[in-house]
Design a protein around this ligand. Structure first.
Ligand SMILES: Nc1ncnc2c1ncn2[C@@H]1O[C@H](COP(=O)(O)OP(=O)(O)OP(=O)(O)O)[C@@H](O)[C@H]1O
Ligand SMILES: [Mg+2]
Length: 246
């Protein structure tokens, strides 16, 4: 895997799947950096597999050289966002460039990637480079999104593999239709008899979900993440339910 897309509608189990894939490949890379937009990957630190840090107002002033040193000292790093979107984008651009200069193979994982490489507005060249650079140059990347329609074409068109789940929105489905070598209808939950499904326990919690994994080499298979058991805890991204005053 060099450039991978993980996409599905909100709550389909993307971050769980992405964490599983990241853990599975940890040994393949000397460096793994997770750009954790919603603080969902701290389980890796809890399990002792990575170092966790927040990107707040102090950390945003760390230079590219500073990040390079930090990553060399902490080759598996989960960075949770505690800054606004503009600072987060700038930091992901810095990391994208730093990853290309590290002394070893690096994996950069970007959750909520549509905020970092949006369709409508421009974004830093370093992020485009990350999307177009392959393992041959020592950098692999994973782009995770719930809004395909908002993700720029570059990471999508450059991906050599895709893990795609269900999408209620036809605009999200039509965005992938041009890239996949099979009928997109399977990605519409409940849309046809073989549509991908989500599995819930009696309390309504997600137990896993179905996906289509496909590669540019022509591999294509249906995946059920109920079989993806992880020793590493995963912290879901759901916001705590808001209480209504009065
Ligand atoms: N295969 C699985 N086995 C057990 N639990 C799972 C599995 N897949 C997802 N979950 C759990 O379901 C919840 C939702 O999954 P997850 O956070 O990965 O969804 P998401 O698609 O990233 O959502 P969001 O769009 O809100 O970021 C989480 O609590 C997660 O731990
Ligand atoms: Mg998520």
């Amino acid at each position: 895997m060099t450039r991978q897309i993980v996409a599905a509608q909100s709550g389909w189990g993307k971050s769980y799947a992405a964490q599983y894939l990241t853990v599975d490949q940890l040994e393949e890379f000397e460096f793994t950096i997770i750009a954790d937009y919603k603080d969902e990957y701290r389980g890796l630190a809890k399990a002792g597999l990575a170092k966790w840090m927040g990107l707040g107002s102090e950390e945003r002033s760390i230079s590219a050289d500073g990040w390079q040193r930090l990553i060399k000292d902490n080759p598996r790093l989960v960075v949770a966002r505690a800054v606004g979107l503009a600072d987060w984008r700038r930091w992901v651009a810095t990391i994208s460039r730093v990853a290309q200069g590290l002394p070893g193979d690096a994996l950069v994982v970007i959750d909520e990637a549509h905020f970092v490489a949006p369709q409508e507005t421009g974004y830093p060249e370093a992020v485009t480079e990350l999307a177009t650079t392959g393992r041959g140059n020592g950098v692999a990347s994973m782009w995770i999104t719930q809004r395909l329609q908002k993700l720029d074409e570059t990471p999508l068109s450059q991906a050599d593999s895709r893990l795609l789940g269900g999408f209620e929105s036809d605009r999200d489905r039509s965005k992938i239709a041009g890239y996949i070598p099979y009928d997109v209808g399977i990605h519409e939950p409940g849309g046809q008899s073989d549509s991908l499904q989500r599995f819930k326990d009696p309390e309504g919690g997600l137990k896993g979900s179905e996906w289509i994994y496909s590669t540019t080499d022509g591999e294509k298979r249906r995946v059920d993440t109920r079989e993806w058991e992880m020793d590493v805890p995963h912290f879901g991204g759901e916001a705590p339910s808001l209480s209504v005053p009065g």
